[in-house]
Structure formats: structure tokens, C-alpha cells
Design a protein around this ligand. Structure first.
Ligand SMILES: [Zn+2]
Length: 140
């Protein structure tokens, strides 16, 4: 990951991911509250979009659709020097949530773009949480 990109990734700088999530989802589809009202998010998986990634990209989206969280967690491929597809878990204040996928372009001034959103129940959230280890939560 390059120095400048690392600067942009630091929590005290602008959080482009949070801005992207709020733009895409100003009000949470699941709980009806504003996204910046008590929601937190965490990266749960990513995949690099270079070369022939069609098969693994399909596997990435299939894992989300089928709620195969262990499979999804086996895609921790983030590379700052490439376009990445990143899956985030957004947690609602009352325990349910959403899995949102974001295209994170390598181009420094290109904004991340949200691709899909899958609302998930509190019990599905509880299936994911033990798989996350010490993943870093941020305010949405
Ligand atoms: Zn919510």
C-alpha cells in the first residue's frame, strides 16, 4: 500500500468508505435510522479485481447470497495497489445489519462505489461476529 494511500486510510483522515456508505445508504434499509445514527461497520472480506477473477468474484457474491460467512472470510485479499472489491458488515444499533459490497478503485481520487446490499438478521450477524477476530470497527 503506497504512502499517500495509507494517509488516506488513517481513521483520523476523511473516511472515504464511510462517505460512500452514507451516500449509498443515507437511511438504513433494515432499521430505518440514519446510517450515521449509531451504526458501525467493519471489513469482512476483499478480493483483488485483476487478471481473470470472474470465477472468484462469482464465489465472493455467492458466499454473501448464501450466507456462507466462513467462505467469505477466506477472501482476505486486499492489495492497495489494485482495484479491490470489499465486503463490509454494517451493524445496526439493535443488532441486525447489512452486508454491503464496495468497489474500491486504486485510482487515488476515484471514490469507492457501493455495489450491492444484503440486509441480514440479528442471528445472521451473530453467525459472522465470531469469525471477525480483532477486525477494526468504525463509525458508519
Ligand atoms: Zn440499521
Amino acid at each position: 500500500m503506497g504512502f499517500i494511500r495509507r494517509l488516506f486510510s488513517e481513521p483520523e483522515k476523511r473516511d472515504l468508505t464511510s462517505e460512500c456508505l452514507r451516500r449509498y445508504l443515507p437511511t438504513c434499509d433494515v432499521c430505518g435510522r440514519l446510517l450515521h445514527d449509531g451504526h458501525r461497520y467493519v471489513e469482512i472480506a476483499s478480493i483483488v479485481l485483476t487478471g481473470d477473477k470472474r470465477q472468484s468474484t462469482k464465489g465472493f457474491f455467492d458466499a454473501i447470497r448464501d450466507r456462507h460467512w466462513k467462505t467469505l472470510r477466506s477472501f482476505p485479499e486486499f492489495e492497495g495497489g489494485e482495484d479491490d472489491l470489499v465486503a463490509y458488515l454494517i451493524l445496526c444499533p439493535q443488532g441486525s445489519g447489512s452486508v454491503v459490497t464496495v468497489l474500491d478503485p486504486v485510482e487515488l481520487y476515484a471514490n469507492p462505489q457501493c455495489q450491492t446490499i444484503d440486509p441480514i438478521s440479528a442471528s445472521e450477524v451473530n453467525d459472522i461476529l465470531p469469525l471477525l477476530g480483532d477486525a477494526e470497527w468504525r463509525p458508519a
